[in-house]
Design a protein around this ligand. Structure first.
Ligand code: TMP
Length: 253
């Protein structure tokens, strides 16, 4: 088979040219990074789990009418996606205080927020992805006011969907990050959820025990990240219940 052209390589994923114009193949790596890649490791099986989990969430979103870039899963580590024009922002939704909002504003981790709080961060590794305001976004042209309104609406729908999915399996959705892209049709564009949705970009706490089931396990050295992600996948029915370790996950169809 002819070698595919690599379009982009990020910290956790690689994008290749897709089989048809307007498509990419998104490959999920086992690499884990945190603190702007100052901490890094290879977690065997993580890419396989995130490929499957992201498929699960993107398909669910499509079923409730939230557009995404996902087309189909190709194999254990790859999915076919639509090529989109990425908006250079990370959209974070928070239901419970944790991580940077706790540090920045001195709110104890675990405090329920009065309503979901949405924040925008500029995607710029050299600057450490700084928090930016809507004023910054509009003034520097990263997105229009209409885009921002649409991003907020999209992010809140994703929050409701993901919160419900997680609640159903005894997990609290503390916060998450999504990335959004534009699909153009002539002079008009619509926004779609892009990148990935996986425990790499969410905070997930077991409702009963408070146990962390997300990338904080890696960031804070709390145990096996593969075991945590396997537990999330198992509860959601993405893995059969007899899988005991993520190193060699057995996937169901
Ligand atoms: P934070 O508390 O570090 O700002 O993170 C908020 C949420 O966004 C958390 O679920 C982790 C996720 N996130 C990413 O996925 N990538 C990032 O680069 C950042 C800063 C946060």
């Amino acid at each position: 088979m002819a070698r595919r052209k690599k379009v982009y390589e990020g910290k956790a994923k690689i994008l290749y040219e897709g089989p048809e114009p307007g498509t990419f193949v998104q490959y999920f790596k086992d690499d884990a990074t945190a603190y702007n890649a100052e901490k890094r490791d290879v977690i065997e099986g993580k890419g396989v789990l995130n490929n499957r989990l992201s498929e699960f969430f993107m398909k669910g979103l499509a079923e409730i009418g939230v557009p995404t870039h996902f087309l189909k899963r190709l194999n254990m580590r790859e999915q076919l996606i639509r090529q989109v024009e990425m908006i250079p922002l990370e959209v974070v939704v928070r239901n419970i205080a944790a991580g940077s909002i706790s540090q920045r504003l001195g709110i104890a981790e675990g405090t329920a927020l009065p309503r979901p709080i949405i924040e925008f961060y500029l995607k710029d590794d050299a600057l450490g992805d700084p928090l930016v305001s809507e004023e910054h976004i509009a003034a520097f042209g990263w997105a229009t006011q209409q885009d921002m309104d649409d991003m907020v609406a999209l992010a809140l729908r994703v929050n409701d969907f993901l919160s419900g999915c997680m609640l159903g399996v005894g997990i609290r959705l503390v916060d998450f990050k999504i990335e959004i892209g534009r699909i153009w049709d002539g002079d008009y564009h619509r926004l779609v959820v892009a990148d990935e949705i996986s425990p790499d970009s969410c905070r997930l706490w077991d409702i009963e025990s408070g146990q962390k089931l997300d990338k904080d396990v890696f960031r804070r050295d709390l145990g096996s990240l593969a075991d945590a992600y396997t537990e999330v996948a198992r509860r959601l029915g993405v893995l059969p219940s007899n899988v005991t370790h993520a190193a060699k996950p057995t996937l169901i169809n």
